[in-house]
Design a protein around this ligand. Structure first.
Ligand code: DGL
Length: 271
């Protein structure tokens, strides 16, 4: 057993989709979340910049005595997970592998769609792992650079003409490709599940990167006997690099839980 907290980070609020699931399936765990809201989005940046930001994010989280870290960001996971794992002596879990494994379990026609940020798609990490694990699978990728800013602006609901128009355009090639499974390879996208589901149709499986990564870290901690003792109530602490009022307001939407005025602002450039 291990009482120490789990650190979770993302470029912004998207990683809270993983925290929400973590709190459902591991209510005893203590979670420390950092959202780099002053520098979001990461998805249009170079891999050098993404690595630099991710190192700072992790350094901040490691100022706490963590037992493990979850990179709840498809962009960081697909661009530099290996590098961060080599540089740190605690277990670091990303979103790519658990998400890909789930997609391969569910696809029947072996035609899998991938939507993610531009940097995630161009890293090739999701596509490579998918073909390594199943050489018969065909992957159809579509970067969706406008999704993160629209979600962070709260424009993710059905009936919102802007998000529906943008999503319709991005998803059209994947509909035409006849995918039966769609990887939402960015942790912001589960908020768009209703919009995406209505465009793709109910027969297409939607895979949620935040949710799959939460299950992956639970498996890891269980396997290494490092879960927190059952029965205790875990807490969550929230940190952001920009104004916390905005973070707190939108966090409630991502988490389905009101965090009140509990978030703290930090200066990430000092890490
Ligand atoms: N949630 C991040 C991801 O999973 C968003 C990336 C971004 O900041 O563009 O990729």
């Amino acid at each position: 057993m291990d009482q120490r907290p789990i650190g979770v980070f993302d470029s912004g609020l998207g990683g809270l989709t993983a925290v929400r699931r973590l709190r459902q399936i591991m209510p005893s765990e203590h979670i420390i979340y950092f959202g780099d809201t002053s520098r979001v989005p990461y998805g249009n940046r170079s891999s050098d910049t993404i690595l630099k930001y991710a190192r700072q994010d992790l350094r901040f989280l490691r100022s706490f005595d963590l037992k493990a870290a979850l990179i709840a960001c498809g962009t960081v996971s697909s661009n530099c997970l290996g590098q961060l794992q080599r540089e740190n002596d605690i277990p670091i879990i990303g979103v790519v592998e658990p998400t890909v494994r789930r997609a391969l379990e569910l696809t029947e026609n072996k035609r899998v769609g991938l939507i993610a940020t531009r940097a995630s798609v161009s890293s090739g990490a999701y596509q490579r792992l998918m073909s390594q694990l199943d050489e018969k699978v065909e992957v159809f990728s579509q970067p969706c650079p406008l999704f993160v800013p629209l979600v962070e602006e709260g424009r993710f609901r059905r009936g919102d003409v802007v998000i529906e128009t943008v999503a319709g355009e991005y998803l059209q090639p994947l509909r035409e490709a006849g995918v039966d499974t769609l990887v939402m390879g960015c942790t912001h996208y589960p908020l768009l599940e209703d919009v995406i589901g209505s465009i793709m149709g109910e027969n297409v499986n939607l895979i949620d990167a935040g949710c799959e990564s939460a299950y992956a870290i639970r498996r890891h901690l269980k396997h290494s006997d490092a879960l927190a003792p059952e029965g205790q109530k875990g807490a969550a602490e929230f940190y952001a690099s920009d104004r916390v009022a905005d973070f707190e307001r939108l966090a409630a939407v991502f988490l389905h839980e009101d965090i009140g005025h509990t978030a703290h602002q930090i200066d990430i450039e000092t890490y």
